[in-house]
Design a protein around this ligand. Structure first.
Ligand code: FES
Length: 108
C-alpha cells in the first residue's frame, strides 16, 4: 500500500513519517517518539494512524512527513514543529501553512 492511499478507515488523519535514509539520519526515530507521545497526551492517538514510509523525495529538506487527507507535506521537522502539527493539524484540523514544504525555486 503506497503512502498516498486514500483514507478507508475511521481514523481522522494518517501521518507518514519518512523512514528513508536521509530522514532517518536526520532524527526520524526521535520524532516518532515525540509524535506518539503528543498524540497520546492530547487524547487523539485513536484518531490518528501513524505509519512510516519510504523516501518522500524531499531528502534535502529531511526529516519529512506527509498528512492525509491531503497530501500535506511537512519538511525540516523538529520536535517543536511536530508538536505544532499535532496540535493544530491533527487535533485542530487546521494545516500549519507556515510549516508546509515549499520546493526551492529554480531561480532562487
Ligand atoms: S529519505 Fe526522507 S525524503 Fe528522502
Amino acid at each position: 500500500m503506497g503512502y498516498n492511499t486514500p483514507m478507508a478507515d475511521p481514523k481522522q488523519h494518517r501521518i507518514y513519517l519518512c523512514a528513508g535514509v536521509h530522514c532517518t539520519a536526520a532524527g526520524r526515530d526521535a520524532l516518532l517518539r515525540v509524535l506518539e507521545d503528543e498524540l497520546w497526551a492530547l487524547g487523539i492517538d485513536e484518531a490518528v494512524e501513524v505509519r512510516v514510509s519510504g523516501c518522500q523525495n524531499r531528502c534535502d529538506d529531511a526529516p519529512n512527513a506527509t498528512v492525509w487527507p491531503g497530501p500535506y507535506h511537512y519538511s525540516q521537522l523538529t520536535a517543536e514543529r511536530l508538536r505544532r502539527i499535532v496540535a493544530e493539524h491533527l487535533a485542530g484540523d487546521r494545516p500549519v501553512e507556515e510549516l508546509l514544504h515549499r520546493p526551492a525555486s529554480p531561480h532562487a
